[in-house]
Design a protein around this ligand. Structure first.
Ligand SMILES: [Zn+2]
Length: 77
C-alpha cells in the first residue's frame, strides 16, 4: 500500500505517471500566445490550443498527471 505522508502541505506536489516530482514548480503560462493561423486557438478568448501550448513551453517543462506544466527549480547556490 502506497501512502503519502511527510509531505508538507505548503509545498505543491506534482505527480507524473504516479511518480512524485520533487524540486519542481508550476510554470506561469502568461507568456503563451494564441497561434497565428491556427484554427484551434481563439484570439477572442485568448484560448491557446494544446498544440500551440506544447510548442511554446520550455523544452524541459513536464506535464503532470493533473494537467499542469512544471519545471525543475534551479539551484543557484
Ligand atoms: Zn493553436
Amino acid at each position: 500500500m502506497f501512502t503519502l505522508t511527510l509531505i508538507s502541505e505548503e509545498i505543491d506536489t506534482y505527480i507524473i505517471d504516479d511518480e512524485i516530482l520533487y524540486n519542481h514548480k508550476e510554470l506561469d503560462l502568461d507568456f503563451l500566445e494564441v497561434g497565428k493561423n491556427c484554427n484551434e486557438c481563439n484570439p477572442k478568448t485568448d484560448y491557446v490550443c494544446w498544440f500551440c501550448e506544447e510548442a511554446q513551453v520550455p523544452l524541459d517543462a513536464k506535464y503532470t498527471d493533473d494537467c499542469r506544466w512544471v519545471v525543475e527549480i534551479e539551484r543557484n547556490s
